[in-house]
Design a protein around this ligand. Structure first.
Ligand code: NDP
Ligand code: 3PG
Length: 498
């Protein structure tokens, strides 16, 4: 397995500490401080990254602003060409980057590889989509509005915003970084990336792939440091013209602090899985396990509560229990299905929800078991709305089942949540499925499958506390532009072929 920080990546490492990336160079921070990244499996420090200073952030914002002006004058096809190059280099080096994901966020090795490949595909798709949608604008004529003659032509086009600040979360530090970087760049913006601490080294390796592709100096920058220390300085920085954030309720706090800039936010979720009596129960069980327990439930689109008709609940619970018993639990290096959650504090939070459910009388389908950050998959049956886990997002391999006696009960619980990311419904009756989808106050409803963000060109949005705006490649490109109108005023009306 190729090793992180070696070969072409050797230049991003200075002794034990990874450098940050600014103005086309890998640098050591003047702070003299570094942030440790603890391996969730060993609970030992795995890597260290620079703790950048506010002064270094100021410098990065200045160079990003200058670089963006030149980049906006770069032809679309050249922008796309460089993105395709970066995508190819990313895929070429998928192994060392995947190794970082395994060590930093305990992502199972196979999922780590697929995250990097998916990211390369996302960057290439973004390049193509950007050439298409940014290569055309609109021509409007004045006489379509009452009282006007055709003496004005309005040319409107999408132009870049300036400097985009991208802040991805720990669970997809590469894919949810490039899902912001690609659209920002193809649209003519420059980019400042603040990666999650857990996942920062994977992100730095990804940034180096863009560096190797030959992007102009200063166009892409990556500052590292704890979000709790440097985050506010970044999100409130006057040099920022757009913020694209994915993560937890930190995003809500950011939305209250940020200036007059466009915000793209994708936050937590409590994705409900509504199961009707006529559903294919084997399909339901398979999707509850995949949806609820992939990457140990650390996905915003994970199934986070099952709302199942009482008449089929026993059968489904048994099927899910059987499948859960077959999941492998262990280190990510062994491609275990269930791996340690990202931090001890996350594991403690999950445990708190489990103990609350225990006190309030939930049925434990398995013994609760935890070793360090490793939590064995747990299905909680007969969960009631007075239990915290009915509403809160564990971001772990623990799934509550609430039994319902009507579809309306399921929809009510789904809509009573502060979250509104995705949801799913299982039924063979497509008419019912559409009606339930229409009733669910979520950004996406999956019919007869577990929630998922991918494929990455699908629109992806959260309602309520789950986000602002919409992602998905096309929507992200559009969100990272603004409209510019140029009006040509003719001395007298002119009608083509008139
Ligand atoms: N919607 C989604 O896709 C995801 C949602 N989540 C939710 O978020 C919770 C925690 O996950 P996590 O990834 O740690 O999410 P956080 O919201 O804590 O962190 C997300 C990103 O924001 C950064 N950050 C932290 N504080 C600030 C700040 N004040 N200003 C600017 N940036 C900041 C983090 O950096 P740093 O790591 O240095 O703190 C990280 O890069 C999960 O339990 C889950 O509820 C998590 C992942 C994905
Ligand atoms: O932030 C997340 O958790 C991702 O948006 C989920 O993506 P996925 O559905 O492709 O795992």
């Amino acid at each position: 397995m190729a090793v992180a920080g070696t070969g072409v990546f050797a230049e991003i490492l200075e002794g034990e500490v990874y450098r940050y990336y600014a103005d086309g160079e890998w640098r050591v921070s003047a702070s003299g401080k570094s942030v440790s990244i603890v391996n969730p499996t060993t609970r030992q420090t795995q890597y260290r990254v620079q703790a950048c200073t506010q002064e270094e952030v100021n410098k990065v914002m200045e160079t990003a602003k200058v670089a963006q002006k030149a980049w906006a004058r770069t032809p679309l096809w050249k922008r796309a060409e460089l993105l395709h190059k970066a995508a190819a280099i990313l895929k070429e080096h998928k192994n060392p980057i995947a190794e970082c994901l395994v060590k930093e966020i305990a992502k199972p090795a196979k999922d780590a590889i697929s995250e990097v490949v998916r990211s390369g595909d996302l960057v290439s798709y973004t390049a193509e989509e950007g050439v298409r949608i940014l290569g055309e604008g609109k021509l409007l004529v004045s006489d379509s509005f009452p009282g006007n003659e055709r003496n004005k032509y309005c040319l409107s086009s999408k132009v870049p915003l300036g400097v985009v600040l991208a802040i991805p979360p720990f669970n997809y530090p590469v894919n949810l970084a490039v899902s912001k970087i690609g659209p920002a760049l193809i649209a003519g913006n420059s980019l400042v990336l603040k990666p999650p601490t857990q996942g920062a080294v994977a992100a730095l390796h990804m940034v180096h792939c863009f560096h190797l592709a030959g992007f102009p100096k200063g166009l892409i920058n990556c500052v590292t440091g704890k979000g709790s220390e440097i985050g506010d300085f970044l999100t409130m920085h006057p040099g920022v013209n757009c913020i694209s954030f994915t993560g937890g309720d930190t995003g809500i706090a950011i939305s209250k602090k940020a200036g007059m800039v466009p915000l793209q936010m994708e936050l937590g979720g409590k994705d409900a899985c509504i199961v009707l009596e006529d559903a294919d129960l084997d399909l339901v069980a398979a999707n509850i396990v995949k949806g609820g327990f992939s990457y140990s439930g650390q996905r915003c689109t994970a199934v986070k509560v099952v709302l199942i008709m009482e008449s089929v609940a026993d059968i489904v619970v048994e099927k899910v229990k059987t499948k859960l018993a077959k999941l492998t639990v262990g280190p990510p290096e062994a491609d275990s299905d269930i791996t340690p959650v990202v931090t001890e504090s996350s594991a403690n939070f999950i445990e708190g929800l489990v103990m609350d459910a225990k006190e309030k009388g939930a049925t434990f389908c398995q013994e609760y078991r935890r070793e360090g950050n490793l939590i064995w998959p747990l299905l909680l049956d007969h969960v009631r709305p007075d239990m915290r886990i009915a509403w809160e997002e564990p971001f772990g391999p623990v799934l509550p089942v609430i039994r319902i006696n009507s579809v309306e009960e399921g929809i009510h619980h789904c809509n009573a949540s502060n979250f509104g990311l995705q949801g799913c419904v299982f039924t063979k009756d497509i008419n019912k499925a559409i009606m339930i989808s229409d009733a669910m106050e979520t950004g996406t409803v999956q019919i007869n499958s577990a929630p998922a963000r991918g494929p990455d060109h699908f629109p992806f949005q959260g309602l309520k506390d789950s986000g602002i705006g919409s992602q998905g490649i096309t929507n992200s490109i559009n969100m990272m532009t603004k409209v510019k109108s140029t009006v040509i005023n003719l001395p007298s009306p002119s009608y083509t072929m008139g």
